[in-house]
Ligand binder design. Structure first.
Ligand code: HEC
Ligand code: HEC
Length: 425
């Protein structure tokens, strides 16, 4: 293995090459698309008109709903864990129905929301097909995948997983830098052939290496068998809607909370929990997709997805504190706070570390499924060492010292090898 810094360097140079290629193919491929591709995803009005070609429509939808995390060039990692949608080996192995399923149902318990109309999202079948056409325009159609006649041993596979994969993919209870392979929606659609293809070929130019030279075909079969063994029966999808008549302001008669913000932008989970306990007057905005709100949300939070910032007009602009949160953990909520600040709301903040951190602390939640455990997000990268004398640097003053449930020491002490910009919007 290369050293982390060499790997990161290589990834970034490869990423920029890919970014250029993708930019070129966008301009030649999506006639009429460039204007959509350059506009911003934030604060967009409701669904766009679809009187243009599927490709241009797909580009427009991508800009509105996906750029935030998967990046303008579709190369991923604008937000934590969001994979590339245009690596050659992904496009070769992911069928249209795999991609459609990911878009419609999302990856519950991660930042990837459900966007299908059937899940209270904004996209109908036409939109999903247009998005897939746009994604495919950066590569090609899926190819038939090689199978394997070997029989995998999941017990041996679990040992290999621990040694070879966990540092990037995390465990069932602890996330790391790469997407979660234990997500039940992923495992409901991923076939052994799809998983094996990624392990054998890697996902250049992302950090996902090819194991063709480092593991035997039997080892690869074993690790695939282990991942597949985690498949859980996905419960039935119950289409539900977010109730329209929820009160916007919590505790309208309560006193205003006293929040101390980090970087004039982030409020800690503790402070928000305390404000709820003390029945303070505030507004909490869930910036994720409505399906995510339905699954679980902070009690009393209203649903205003990051792509429907116009709905913020429901919030009184009278000095009431407005806290926004998402799962990614700051991108969608950051877009909402920016939109509020543009509209001159005086007291706004992003919930630091987002809802998955809140959930990991066992703070109160409401919704249809608050019980299914969610892998904990990784800790932020340590800040670059500064003055030698500064005592125990903490990346965020707001981050509590309590160890997270299920956190393994090895998972937290490993260096991050995936590009992890953690940009604050
Ligand atoms: C808020 C961030 C965010 C947004 C917005 C978002 N995604 Fe994702 N997406 C993710 C993350 C994170 C994952 C990986 C899930 C995990 O963490 O395990 C993912 C996974 C996926 C996957 C599965 C890829 C694979 O290799 O299995 C597809 C396909 C996808 N997203 C497409 C989209 C599309 C299309 C849109 C826009 C309609 C979109 N996403 C919007 C964060 C996001
Ligand atoms: C150095 C970090 C790293 C290691 C080690 C690693 N992976 Fe990955 N893996 C990734 C990243 C990052 C992705 C997502 C790449 C992308 O953006 O498409 C990924 C993607 C995958 C995918 C595709 C999933 C999907 O939905 O698209 C599979 C399957 C996978 N890895 C399995 C494994 C297995 C099994 C191992 C151990 C044998 C392993 N990986 C080791 C970083 C890693």
């Amino acid at each position: 293995m290369l050293s982390p810094s060499a790997t990161t360097f290589r990834i970034f140079s490869l990423l920029s090459v890919l970014a250029l290629t993708a930019a070129c193919s966008r301009h030649t491929g999506a006639a009429g698309g460039p204007s959509a591709a350059t506009s911003t995803a934030r604060a967009a009005p409701s669904t766009p008109a679809s009187n243009n070609s599927p490709l241009a429509h797909g580009a427009e939808l991508y800009t509105r709903y996906c750029t935030l995390c998967h990046a303008k060039e579709l190369t991923g990692y604008a937000a934590d864990n969001a994979p590339s949608l245009v690596s050659r080996t992904f496009l070769d192995s992911a069928t249209d129905s795999f991609i459609a399923d990911a878009i419609v149902n999302g990856r519950p318990g991660t930042a990837m929301g459900a966007y299908g109309k059937s899940r209270s999202g904004p996209l109908d079948d036409n939109d999903v097909h247009a998005l897939i056409a746009f994604i495919r325009s950066h590569g090609g159609p899926a190819k038939p995948l090689p199978g394997s006649s070997l029989h995998g041993d999941p017990v041996h596979g679990s040992l290999l997983y621990h040694d070879e994969c966990e540092k990037c993919h995390g465990s069932e209870s602890q996330r790391a830098t790469a997407l979660s392979l234990f997500n039940r929606a992923l495992l409901a659609t991923a076939t052994p052939d799809f998983l094996r293809y990624a392990v054998v070929n890697g996902r250049p130019p992302t950090p996902m290496p090819s194991f063709a030279k480092t593991l035997t075909p039997q080892d690869i079969e074993d690790v695939v068998a282990f991942v597949i063994s985690k498949q859980k029966a996905a419960g039935p999808v119950v289409p539900q809607e977010v109730p329209k008549d929820l009160p916007v302001v919590l505790n309208p008669k309560g006193k205003a909370p006293k929040f101390t913000l980090r970087d004039e932008r982030f409020v800690s989970a503790e402070q928000v929990k305390q404000a709820l306990d003390e029945h303070r007057r505030l507004v909490i905005v869930d910036a994720r997709s409505p399906a995510d709100w339905i699954t679980f949300h902070i009690p009393g939070a209203i649903s205003v997805p990051y792509y429907q910032a116009k709905e913020l007009e429901r919030i009184p602009n009278d000095g009431t504190w407005v806290i926004a949160y998402c799962a990614c953990p700051h991108h969608a909520s950051g877009a909402i706070v920016d939109a509020l600040r543009e509209r001159k709301y005086p007291h706004t903040a992003v919930l630091d570390e987002g809802i998955l951190f809140w959930k990991s602390r066992a703070y109160p939640l409401a919704g249809a499924d608050t019980a299914t455990p969610t892998p904990v997000p990784p800790p932020p990268p340590l800040p670059a060492p500064t003055v030698a004398s500064s005592a125990t640097p903490k990346p965020s003053a707001a981050r509590p010292a309590t160890p997270k449930p299920g956190a393994t020491p090895s998972a937290t002490s490993k260096p991050n090898t995936a590009p992890q910009p953690r940009t604050l919007p």
